[in-house]
Ligand binder design. Structure first.
Ligand code: PLP
Length: 386
């Protein structure tokens, strides 16, 4: 018997999230979904698969339960869950027709840039890098064999904002599809498909799971089209499926997504305002600040500005590392979107393809009390050698 959650058409996304996977088990009455680790499923006598499951790598109950909720939250015709965000992004690139070219935003996550520029370009993928906040540059790069425009908004780590609706129009006019990496702004904060995007990509390792204990990647498609089918085939044939445990943990994380996003955003706004007023801080990158270059677009296309920000200090790498080392409430670690706050000197981990300024620190703002976070930053900034 399928343990898919009942569809809840017309319900507010907060309600959908709170009910994610809640469907009393017909045998036990349990409200929390069962973790199904089986790798194989029984055939009917005629070799068909009456419940739709053949082999865990193709499809499995926990994955399907999660995908149903993800599709509802993103307003998608179909969602696919992968082992990591990298695997999800790679699937789109592998699914492109032979000879297709792509356009990517300058400020795309450095892992995807390493994949595209360092690995796929030498194997024949043609790509152009553009500033996605400059529509003329994007228009000029589109056309010909370009089949995909890939942008990230807000971007990592400079929190640049791309105008999704405007870019969707440009892409479609040139015969391309628009992919938006919405990892920094999960459903509830931003709905790229409703703004005209064709595919949304998330690293669910971050806010969607929200507890720093399960890797995962999501592709949510506006239409159940040839690209979606090809990405499903990539997952099945290249074996980039996630474990059922990752799906189970991610579904559990989704239940608290709306309330977590609210707190992440409130804390990040408070820290951004504190840092913007601090004499030792040279720049703060957070779209919730009115002087951020993407503030107006972000205010239009987002419902809150998210839980990640970055800032730059005078003194470059040495000063930034010293500050990171003095923080006590923030942990110096990579990743983002979990309950605890993290700080990271991005340039150090981007070697040899450094795209971040040397004096930049990225903060993943967690769910602690805002004053503890502000006090921690204050002591670190004030005790660091000027
Ligand atoms: N997209 C963004 C914006 C990211 O920050 C990351 C990872 O940090 C990824 C995608 C890749 O996701 P994963 O680490 O789950 O493979």
């Amino acid at each position: 018997m399928s343990n898919r959650p009942p569809a809840e058409p017309g319900r507010h996304p907060d309600t959908l999230a709170a009910h994610a996977g809640v469907c009393p088990d017909p045998v036990t009455g349990a409200l929390s979904p069962a973790l199904q680790l089986a790798t194989t499923f029984e055939h009917a006598p005629d070799a068909s698969t009456p419940l739709g499951y053949l082999y865990q790598r193709y499809d499995n109950p926990n994955q399907r339960q999660l995908e149903d909720v993800l599709a509802q939250l993103d307003g998608a015709a179909r969602a696919l869950f992968f082992a990591t965000g990298m695997a999800a992004g790679a699937a789109v690139l592998q699914a492109l027709p032979a000879g297709a070219a792509i356009v990517i935003a300058q400020d795309t996550y450095f892992g995807y840039r390493a994949l595209i520029e360092g690995f796929l370009a030498p194997r024949g993928l043609r790509h152009t890098v553009v500033d996605a906040s400059d529509p003329e540059a994007v228009r000029a790069a589109l056309g010909g064999d370009v089949r995909l425009l890939w942008v990230e908004t807000p971007s990592n780590p400079l929190l640049k904002i791309a105008d999704i609706a405007a870019l969707a129009e440009l892409a479609h006019a040139a015969g391309a599809q628009l992919l938006v990496d919405g990892t920094f702004a999960p459903p509830g904060l931003q709905q790229p498909l409703a703004l005209g995007a064709d595919v949304v990509l998330h690293s669910s390792t971050k806010f969607l799971n929200g507890h720093g204990d399960a890797m995962g990647g999501v592709l949510a498609f506006a239409r159940d089209d040839a690209l979606a089918a090809a990405c499903y085939d990539v997952r099945r044939l290249f074996g980039s499926s996630a474990s059922p445990l990752s799906a189970w943990l991610t579904l559990r994380g989704l239940r608290t997504l709306p309330v977590r996003l609210q707190r992440h955003g409130d804390n990040a706004q408070a820290l951004a305002e504190f840092l913007a007023a601090h004499p030792r801080v040279e720049a703060v990158h957070y779209p919730g600040l009115p002087d951020h270059p993407g503030h107006a677009v972000a205010a239009r296309q987002m419902r809150g500005f998210g839980g990640v920000l970055s800032f730059e200090v005078a003194g470059g790498q040495a000063a930034a590392l010293e500050i990171a080392g003095r923080l006590r409430v923030f942990t110096n670690a990579t990743s983002l979107g979990s309950t605890e706050s993290l700080v990271e000197h991005r340039a150090s981990i981007e070697e040899p393809r450094v795209v971040s300024p040397r004096g930049l620190l990225r903060l993943s703002v967690g769910l602690e009390h805002a004053q503890d976070l502000i006090d921690d930053l204050a002591q670190a900034l004030e005790t660091t050698t000027p």
